[in-house]
Structure formats: C-alpha cells, structure tokens
Design a protein around this ligand. Structure first.
Ligand SMILES: [Zn+2]
Length: 429
C-alpha cells in the first residue's frame, strides 16, 4: 500500500503546498527523461525532500506517485474492489493528463480497444426490478426501432407468468427520468444530505460503544473498591491486592482509549462518510459524463427501483408506479406516471426503518399494542393464526415478534413533478 504524497480529503478538495507539487512535477520530469524509480528515489534523498510519512524515499514510493491518477486530476474510488471501482474527474491537476499518460504509457491500452464490436449501453440493468415477481428487468435494444425497453425476465420467458400484467418501460425515457431525478432535482440532494444517520453499521458501532461504556462503569466500581481496600491499614501491603489494583487501572486506561477511538469512528461514519459521499456523487454528474462512470454513479446512489403497472385504475388507462430505494440509506421514494412515461409525480418520500435500537423497540411495542387493541392479537401464535385465517402473507419485517422487524414507515408527501419532452430524452449510447 503506497501512501499518497498528496493530501486529499473526503469531499474531494485536493490541497497542497506548492513545494509538494513541485517535487511531484520533478518526479514526472525525471521519469520522462528515462530515469528509473530507484535513481529518482536516490536523487530525492540527496536533495533532502521529505516524504509524507517521514520515511525514506524508495523505488516503490516513487512508483506509487507515478501510478496515482490523483496527480492528473482523477480521484479513484474503491481501488481494491474491482467491481465497484470508478473514477471522478476533479478538473484540477498537478501533472498535465497527457504527460501523465505518456509517462504511464497509457497509449498501449488504447490501441487494444480498437475494433471492438458495437455494444449497447444499458444504464439501469443492475437496479430495475419487477414489482410483481421480484425478478430483474433487463434492457433489450432494437436497432431501428422505438420499441427498446427494459422488461421483466419472467414476463419474457413465460406468457402466463405472475407478472404478465406488468409492463416494460422504454429505455430512453426510464434513463432520462432517473438521471433527472438523481442529478438535476435539488430536493433529492437536500433530503439525502440531511437524512438521519441510521446505517446498520452505525447502530452496531453504537451498540459496541454502549457495551464498552458499561464495562468501563463496572471497572470504575471495581477500581474504587480495590482502592478502599488498599486504604485499610491491615491490607496496605497485600501483594495480590496491589496487583489487582494496578491491573484494574490499566484496564480502565485501555477501555478509555477504546471508547475515544470508537466515538471518533462513530462521528466519522455518521457525519462524514455517507452523507458527504452522497453529495460528492450527486455533484460529480456532468452532461458529458462517460457512460461507465455514469452507470457506477447511478449504482452507487440507487439500490433498486421496483416497477409496477396497474392496468386499469381508472378509465384514463394504466399507471406506472416506481419505488426507488436509495443505496446505503433507509430512505425511498415513490413515483407515479402514466403509461406515456413523460410525466412523473413524486408521491412520497419514506424512511422505511427505525433509526436507533430504542426507536425500533418503541415501534415494536406500539405495533403489538395496535394488534392487541384492534384484533385481540396478543402473541406471535395469535398473529400467525390471524394471517393464516385471512390468507395474508407473512412478512417477517412487519412481524413485531420477529427479530427482522424493521419498524414503522414514516412518510412525507412530496409535491413535485419530473417532466420532459421527446426532444429532451437522454440517449446514453
Ligand atoms: Zn416479473
């Protein structure tokens, strides 16, 4: 793992002092002149250039700098995770991108890409799901046809499938809707940036913190008890007691350190990581964005979109319903659209899970109370029987006796629309 010689912070601001920038430029210049990493490292040591870690310059350190795309203004995400890896252009750099490519001999790779057969880009292939059967919608582009759509696999394979009443959606319209919703609508950004932090990770960390604090309280009591014993003149020189007291003091110090460290981590995860990352992701979008990056951005922001079609809710024809679940958030949105798919009504914005374990317990108790009051259901057995008698499906997340219970949904009604015309359709191909 090569440490960056360059400072960077989570919100993508790259800042530096000019000295550091100058050293980096020199390294690239030497490399261009044909010097090896080892020689460059030696030159840097001779000129007393400091490394960021205050260690010595080595060939591998130089190599790390040469290969790091941050110097040509590209921030890489998920470097160790090939499947989710993507890049964001920062629009500022220290090394001219052309020079960077030249030094890194990127041109070799470009030659290999020539002559690839044409492939269609499907922006939403990974996140669209059928609301009726739960299978994925997949894109099928037809050259010279307007009938290019995302459809449910089940619908295509079996004529009498459970989802035969569902409907495919036009690819360009669906892509345009999602792009406009994610990147052009200001309300979504505001909602997500200000969303309460209730990640699973966070609640686990909080639980750990509570456990540690309990341990610490117990240890303080133990230490005080030992101290009292030590102040008893008869026991003053008891070796075992002194030993126990010292041990207790050390343990307390360790616990305090752990608690501080964990508190800091909770602050980071809760405040910085998710919401700031989301802001960064949303703001990374530009109209001329590369398809691969756009798809990664969309996949980083949306976990799934459930599509449901109601054929005849009224005499005016069918209506689509889109339920969008945002990635790493407990939040989701509900949209409705007529089958023409040019106008989308943002009906609701929901938080589907309780935020803290305490909230969840409160929801659980309330749900049990309601069931008891309304249906005289007082145990899980009653509950299961009630579902059975009324031919209702058991959903674990709705069962207040289940450990998978997720609490009540809090819904905010939205009053916004996303509208576009045929001329405004975005074609990612
Ligand atoms: Zn289906």
């Amino acid at each position: 793992m090569v440490n960056l010689y360059w400072k960077e912070v989570v919100n993508l601001t790259v800042f530096s002092n000019e000295d550091e920038a100058e050293h980096v430029r020199k390294i690239f210049q030497w490399k261009l002149e044909g010097l090896g990493n080892y020689i460059i490292a030696k030159k840097l040591i001779e000129s007393k250039v400091p490394t960021r870690q205050n260690s010595n310059w080595r060939g591998v350190t130089v190599d790390g700098i040469i290969k790091n795309k941050i110097y040509k203004g590209i921030r890489e995400w998920n470097k160790d995770d090939l499947e989710n890896y993507f890049e964001v252009n920062l629009d500022k750099y220290i090394i001219d991108p052309e020079l960077w490519d030249k030094v890194n001999k990127v041109y070799k790779e470009n030659i290999k890409n020539v002559g690839k057969k044409q492939q269609f880009n499907y922006l939403l292939d990974d996140i669209l799901y059928c609301g009726k059967c739960g299978q994925k919608y997949f894109g099928k582009k037809r050259v010279q046809s307007t009938d290019s759509s995302y459809r449910c696999r089940g619908m295509v394979k079996f004529a009498n499938h459970v989802c035969r009443d569902n409907r495919g959606v036009n690819i360009e319209k669906m892509d345009t809707f999602v792009i406009k919703h994610l990147f052009e609508n200001k309300s979504l950004k505001e909602l997500l940036i200000n969303a309460p932090k209730n990640e699973g990770e966070l609640s686990v960390l909080r639980q750990n913190l509570a456990d540690l604090t309990k341990k610490k309280d117990a240890e303080i009591k133990n230490k005080n008890k030992l101290y009292k014993l030590l102040s008893n003149p008869d026991l003053e020189y008891d070796d075992q007691l002194i030993n126990d007291y010292t041990k207790s003091k050390n343990k307390l110090g360790k616990l305090t350190d752990e608690i501080n460290e964990l508190s800091q981590k909770i602050a980071e995860v809760g405040n910085l990581k998710r919401n700031d990352l989301t802001k960064t992701l949303i703001e990374s979008y530009t109209k001329d964005i590369d398809f691969g990056i756009l798809k990664k951005l969309v996949n980083s922001l949306i976990e799934r979109i459930e599509i449901d079609y109601d054929r005849k809710p009224s005499s005016h024809g069918g209506v689509f319903q889109f339920k969008i679940k945002y990635k790493n958030f407990e939040e989701s949105s509900l949209f409705m659209s007529k089958s023409t798919l040019y106008e989308y009504f943002w009906i609701g914005y929901n938080r589907t899970q309780s935020i803290t374990p305490e909230d969840l317990e409160e929801d659980r108790e309330m749900e049990k109370g309601i069931l008891s009051y309304k249906f005289k259901i007082n145990s899980e057995e009653d509950y299961l029987n009630y579902l059975k008698e009324n031919s209702l499906e058991l959903k674990d997340e709705e069962n207040p006796w289940s450990k998978n219970f997720i609490g009540n949904e809090i819904s905010t009604s939205m009053n916004e629309k996303i509208i576009f015309t045929k001329e405004e359709l975005i074609n990612v191909n």
